[in-house]
Design a protein around this ligand. Structure first.
Ligand code: MRU
Length: 352
């Protein structure tokens, strides 16, 4: 099959597109300078796209993996109509190895594996595509629900600080943290959004600022180190962030820098809200200490925009997530409801 260009305008709500029987990802490494889609035809290329940050954000990674399973099933069924279920296991393993922290990846792969198990003889593509589309659609719907639940907790109008990009780009649409911020904006509760620039990948300046400004929300960028000083000036009601994995006791793994933001928030009497779908809650993991934290190439810190900024010969420590203890979190907002001052008992009740 020939490559078919995707003739649509790039939009945050269309970061992941299934069209012409193929998967297209808005290449988030190029934003905001270039708005280009990358076409993916195979599971292996999709796994590489996840590792290389073409697509990022916990729910978006899971949705991408679900569509990649459709591509894998197509190839494996063409190879062998009898043995495709056995052979696809290596594709599922490859996808699961693409990034370690966001539990949505493993959640989505498990859901696709479960669907595969129910299939009989015959071409599996239509059934698996329908499952991947459901995962995609359900995530966008969950974000709308979370948006309203989260916005209801905000006494506005107030300003908020967000970290990384937990927006439409990072999800099936609308966003988790940015979903709450969008709903608060619609409800007239939002004065200003301060977006941490989020070194080293600059998801805040490149993605959150792009996404919010295109949609007409009032967004101001902050160097990560400026957030505490902005809190000290007053007028910040909430820190609102997403999550890559929430442990059973309410500890929250999210983009590196979230923990220091939460510590500073507690000092300044600013509340912390984590917006995440229940697919981000991992009840198998008792506390944050057990969440695998991805470490990436030191060059991501030593270079900026392709230019070396670290002194020659110097090393860098580059964990890309950190864990905020549950005690520093005021609310976890999911599509099933908001949990205030989260702990194990409350999360068990929510997930029951
Ligand atoms: O490394 P990234 O860009 O994948 O990290 C993303 C985050 O940390 C987000 O805050 C998190 O996935 C929540 S996205 C709705």
């Amino acid at each position: 099959m020939e490559a078919q260009p995707l003739n649509i305008r790039a939009e945050a709500d269309r970061a992941i597109v299934w069209e012409h029987d193929r998967l297209y990802l808005l290449d988030q490494r190029l934003l905001p300078a270039r708005e280009e889609y990358l076409e993916l035809r195979e599971a292996a290329a999709s796994a590489t796209a996840i590792t290389d940050m073409v697509v990022r954000g916990a729910p978006a990674i899971g949705i991408t993996a679900a569509y990649a399973v459709v591509l894998a099933a197509r190839a494996r069924f063409a190879e062998s109509a009898e043995r495709w279920k056995e052979r696809i296991e290596q594709d599922l393993r490859l996808l699961a190895a693409s990034r370690p922290t966001a539990v949505n990846l493993f959640w989505a792969i498990e859901r696709m594996r479960g669907r595969i198990a129910t299939l009989g003889e015959g071409d599996p593509e239509a059934a698996l595509l329908s499952e991947a589309m459901s995962i995609h659609r359900e995530d966008a719907a969950a974000n709308r629900a979370m948006g309203d639940l989260g916005a209801a907790l905000i006494d506005g109008p107030t300003s908020v600080i967000t970290h990384c990009n937990a927006g439409a780009l990072a999800t099936g649409g609308y966003g988790t943290a940015l979903g709450v911020i969008r709903s608060a904006h619609v409800a007239g509760k939002l004065r200003q959004v301060y977006a941490d620039e989020t070194r080293p990948w600059l998801q805040g300046s490149r993605l959150t600022a792009w996404e919010l400004s295109r949609d007409g929300l009032p967004v101001t960028l902050l160097a990560d180190g400026a957030a505490a000083a902005r809190m000290a000036q007053g007028g910040i009601g909430w820190i609102i962030v997403g999550s890559d994995r929430i442990a059973a006791n309410g500890d929250v793994a999210n983009k590196i820098g979230t923990y220091s933001l939460a510590v500073a928030a507690r000092h300044h009497g600013v509340r912390v809200m984590v917006a995440a779908p229940t697919s981000t809650i991992d009840m198998q993991v008792a506390s944050g200490e057990q969440i695998p934290i991805e470490s990436r190439d030191p060059r991501e810190v030593l270079f900026c925009g392709g230019r070396q900024v670290g002194a020659e010969g110097v090393d860098a420590w580059n964990p890309v997530f950190d864990v905020t203890p549950a005690g520093l979190v005021d609310a976890i907002v999911t599509e099933r409801g908001a949990v205030l001052s989260p702990d194990r008992e409350k999360l068990e009740k929510l997930m029951a």
